[in-house]
Design a protein around this ligand. Structure first.
Ligand code: ZN
Length: 360
């Protein structure tokens, strides 16, 4: 949804608020129709149409329903803030918006939902509203680009972490001679690779979203993939959170399903860690942790997702194996062999395995 102008959004906001005012002045409750989007369902055997970017039904907000009154109040307050941001060409984070009326909003998730509702109503992406992430992602490696006139030269210091730009739409002139992009779930693993000079030795780009990736990290990654056409690998912990983070990169998140098309990276390949790596790489028993009740519940819920059946049955088998064994482990556990085992043995072996399968 690039190229949407503030002027058009301001016009839409005006039309929307006018229609609400008209309803109220005539004594009617306004009916606000919000389309519903989803990235998965629990329907295995049919072509369910999730992730197609087409809405699956809609929700009608009305003052007649008590639970909707607060939601409409929040929606209109956030819409007013967005209108100001657009008029003044300013940017704000979701957190900034929350602190403008903390007593009314009561919780960050309430604001997040209102922002998503507004994107759906105005048919735009979040950055079009001038609402940005705080910027938690990091990048290093064989990459150079400009953001709003500022040069990011990662090639000259390919083992140094750079913060991923918040205004991804301002990123221009991307140049890279990398062989691939590696996503790692955690900052600790990213720092380990930086210390081991992984990027300069392997001519690659490494990115971390530091846990669940924010929108800027996912948009930046998507931009790199579109511009550079490089293979993308992902390294996560062998636990349900790791696999969910991997799924967020590949399929998008349910909260922002309306915008998934611009945020997901379908080509991403799961490099590890797999449950079977514990034998293949001789992990001692004490590195394996038992799955908690919450881990099991999460894994079972993930196994119900339609995209696992339809698109990545291999991921599903690994999750089933994890559940069957009842254990999990962190990527860092591989350091039991040696501090640099991950960068010198594990990752190169895994990439070799994937590329040799692809070439058969
Ligand atoms: Zn589905």
């Amino acid at each position: 949804m690039e190229g949407i102008r503030s002027r058009d959004l301001l016009r839409k906001i005006k039309e929307f608020t006018l229609s609400i005012l008209e309803d109220l002045s005539e004594g009617r409750s306004p009916l606000i129709s919000i389309q519903r989007f989803r990235i998965y369902c629990a329907n295995f055997d049919s072509n369910c149409g999730c992730r197609s970017n087409k809405p699956n039904g809609h929700e009608i907000l009305t003052f007649q329903k008590e639970s909707h009154v607060h939601r409409i109040d929040v929606l209109l307050r956030v819409l007013l803030i967005v209108q100001q941001l657009l008029q003044e060409s300013k940017h704000a984070s979701k957190r900034d918006i929350y602190y403008m009326h903390p007593l009314v909003f009561s919780d960050q998730t309430v604001v997040d939902r209102a922002i998503n509702d507004i994107c759906i109503l105005l048919q735009c992406s979040r950055h079009n509203l001038n609402v940005v992430s705080v910027g938690t992602g990091l990048v290093m490696g064989w990459l150079r680009f400009f953001e709003a006139g500022r040069k990011f030269d990662c090639i000259n210091s390919s083992n140094t972490a750079h913060t991923i730009p918040v205004l991804v739409e301002d990123v221009k002139d991307i140049v890279s001679v990398a062989h691939y992009i590696l996503i790692v779930e955690k900052e600790s693993v990213f720092q380990r690779l930086a210390n081991d000079k992984f990027c300069s030795k392997n001519r690659c780009i490494v990115i971390t979203g530091r846990g669940y990736p924010d929108v800027s990290t996912r948009r930046f990654l998507r931009l790199l993939v579109d511009k550079l056409c490089l293979p993308v690998y992902c390294l996560v912990d062998c636990d349900p959170y790791g696999v969910d983070i991997l799924a967020t990169y590949r399929f998008g998140s349910m909260q922002m399903a309306y915008d998934a098309k611009f945020l997901r990276v379908p080509r991403i390949q799961w490099l590890g860690a797999f449950p079977s790596d514990s034998e293949n790489y001789n992990l001692p028993q004490q590195c394996l942790l038992p799955l908690t009740m919450e881990d099991k519940r999460r894994t079972e819920a993930m196994l119900q997702r339609c995209y696992l059946h339809q698109e990545v049955p291999g991921w599903r088998s690994e999750l089933e194996l994890m559940l069957q064994r009842g254990t999990k482990f962190e990527i860092e556990a591989l350091a039991v062999h040696s501090l640099s085992f991950l960068s010198e043995v594990y990752i190169p072996c895994k990439i070799q395995e994937i590329t040799s399968i692809c070439h058969i």
